[in-house]
Design a protein around this ligand. Structure first.
Ligand code: ASP
Length: 594
């Protein structure tokens, strides 16, 4: 080893020891006769001291090193005169006797500090420098610990980790696939897995019984803060289980992770049906850190000659506690906010529950005091609260109200990152009608789409509805939601090839198509498939939640930007005509001289 100690470990108890340290120059201070260098490595920072009285040549040399030079120094640990109790090594320094510049460095494009001056794009371009910063490194340390504890927990319950292939077959169900041309099979393509779903089910047919994998998945979707084209799942599957068993085992895992990573004892996780989540929160991943539930006030407010409400399919309201004091200006600004195209409401009606107990609304012309008190009663508002009302078509208004609720939660400080509210959302619909989801191929529009995926089992009591009323069929499917983020989801699977064929039929596959795409799975089911089920957690999301951040990028060593680009290695990139020709993708004749 080129060092005897790291830059984070020396203390007063090490005084008089001769030590050798290696690391990067965080900064240096030249105080005339004295020069100090902060030497940094993964473990911390140690102050190096140089003094003309000890050795003037060394002071000269110390003055010549720049930020991020790589040094190896040897010296004696001494007690510091000016102690810095904010840092673990702040009571000592090393009186340097020899030092070697292991490598010089050009001036970094941004400061390697917790609060850096580098913008996002610049830090992405020089990600290896960004990774030298404490905050980013700590995020990756958390990620490592989370993976380790996941493995510990699952291993203790006899789960085994099995790797599944990355070059697989394209299936147009689900999101769009990333595809890889095959040189050896001209004109044919592999797809990168959106998840190892079918493989883990096949492993159950093979008798593996309890499988998991911390695995990369790929989806060609539009990107957002919590989405990356490649991301990591904790993917799990179990045999001979019912929904309750899966929920128990993975509730245990979440509890284990919270305890080990945050030292938090989670209470038993509540369950909420999809129907209740949509009704009360307008959303299938409710943020339950705060109440402010959505109330349908249609019957209460209609028929009073207020055309906006009378013409609306639905009128929804929430009660923002303590917001009655909001000024007209604040409410006008909120009205503009709900009218933005992303939210899409046409206007915002409000009612203040005043300190004197009266309720005054922005539509007082149409509603008398008694009627407004009725609003207050329905919403359980008290003095000092503000009732907010949106009206319009059902789906759109519910969605807008869900957004408004979250926004009010933000503005009222109800969404604290250190508070965790976890729950299971259960009883999802099996199918949803696709009227042109931009994340799906256009050819899939105008037909039923599996809400979870096509292998999800309907609730046995709803199977009879499959032909007559597919939209009403509920699935044995569940999501784990934490603070309004869908952290995991899964289902009990279909294990009969007959029911699986029926499902493909409902999803609009012809028999031939279903066989071509998924024949391997249906065949496998004929060789004795056990009842099975499982789920997958978004590992990056779990990291960012536990790390108290919004963006999963901060927890991925080398992430892509919002345009799906890696700006550091500059990918994706064009490939040569020669490569295109080999792959039979060329549109131009090959120029032999290139
Ligand atoms: N494969 C599913 C997903 O990626 C999870 C599961 O059903 O286990 O969402």
């Amino acid at each position: 080893m080129l060092r005897t100690h790291t830059c984070g470990e020396l203390r007063l108890t090490d005084i008089h020891k001769t030590v050798t340290l290696t690391g990067w120059v965080q900064k240096s201070r030249d105080l005339g006769g004295m020069t100090f260098i902060d030497l940094r490595d993964r473990y911390g920072i140690t102050q190096l001291a140089f003094n003309t009285n000890w050795n003037s040549d060394l002071v000269e040399k110390a003055r010549s090193v720049g930020r991020e030079f790589v040094l190896q120094i040897t010296g004696t640990v001494i007690e510091r005169e000016n102690k810095n109790l904010m840092m673990p090594t702040g009571e000592i320094e090393v009186k340097v006797t020899t030092f070697v510049v292991l490598n010089s460095a050009v001036t970094p494009p941004f400061t390697i500090e917790d609060h850096t001056d580098g913008g996002d794009e610049l830090r992405m371009k020089y990600r290896y420098l960004d990774l030298r910063r404490n905050t980013v490194r700590q995020n990756l340390e958390l990620r490592h610990k989370l993976a380790l504890e996941t493995r510990n927990y699952l291993d203790s319950l006899q789960f085994i980790e099995v790797e599944t292939p990355v070059l697989i077959k394209s299936t147009p169900e689900g999101a769009r696939d990333f595809v890889v041309p095959s040189r050896m099979n001209p004109g044919e393509f592999y797809a990168l897995p959106q998840s190892p779903q079918t493989f883990k089910q096949l492993l159950m047919v093979s008798g593996f019984d309890r499988y998991y994998q911390i695995v990369k998945c790929f989806r060609d979707e539009d990107l957002r803060a919590d989405r990356q084209p490649e991301f990591t799942q904790i993917d799990c599957e179990m045999s001979f289980v019912e929904q309750e068993d899966v929920l128990q085992v993975f509730e245990g895992m979440i509890r284990h992770l919270f305890k080990k990573i945050k030292d938090i004892d989670l209470p038993p996780l509540p369950r909420m049906t999809y129907e209740q989540a949509m009704r009360e929160y307008g959303n299938d991943k409710p943020d339950t850190r705060f109440g402010m539930k959505i109330h349908d006030v249609s019957s209460l407010v209609k028929g009073k000659n207020f055309k906006v409400f009378d013409d609306a399919e639905v009128v929804l309201a929430i009660n923002a506690e303590g917001a009655a004091a909001w000024t007209r200006k604040q409410i006008d600004e909120l009205t503009e906010w709900v009218k933005r195209p992303q939210i899409g409401a046409t206007g915002l009606v409000y009612a203040r529950h005043n300190p004197d107990g009266t309720v005054k609304s922005s539509v007082d012309k149409f509603y008398n005091d008694e009627e407004l008190s009725g609003w207050a009663k329905e919403l359980n508002s008290g003095t000092g609260d503000l009732i907010l009302v949106l009206a319009g078509p059902e789906t759109k208004t519910r969605k807008a109200m869900s957004e408004l609720r979250l926004e009010m939660g933000n503005r009222l400080g109800l969404r604290n990152k250190d508070t965790f509210s976890c729950l299971w959302v259960v009883d999802f619909p099996l199918l949803e009608w696709n009227d042109g989801d931009p994340n799906l191929l256009a050819s899939l529009a105008g037909r039923w789409h599996a809400k979870h995926h096509p292998f999800t089992s309907p609730k046995p009591e709803d199977i009879a509805l499959l032909s007559s009323n597919p939209g009403a069929v509920r699935a044995n499917a569940y999501d784990l939601v934490i603070n309004g983020v869908e952290v995991g989801g899964g289902s009990i699977r279909i294990h009969s090839s007959e029911l699986q064929s029926k499902m493909f039929e409902i999803l609009g596959f012809s028999k031939e198509e279903a066989l071509k795409q998924f024949g391997f799975l249906m065949n496998a089911f004929e060789f004795g498939a056990p009842p099975h089920g499982g789920l997958a957690f978004g590992f990056d999301r779990l990291c960012s939640l536990l790390g108290g951040a919004d963006n999963i990028r901060d927890f991925i060593a080398f992430p892509k930007n919002n345009a799906g680009r890696d700006v550091m290695i500059d990918a994706p990139s064009e490939i040569s005509q020669e490569q295109l020709h080999e792959l039979r993708l060329a549109t131009l004749p090959l120029n032999k001289s290139v």
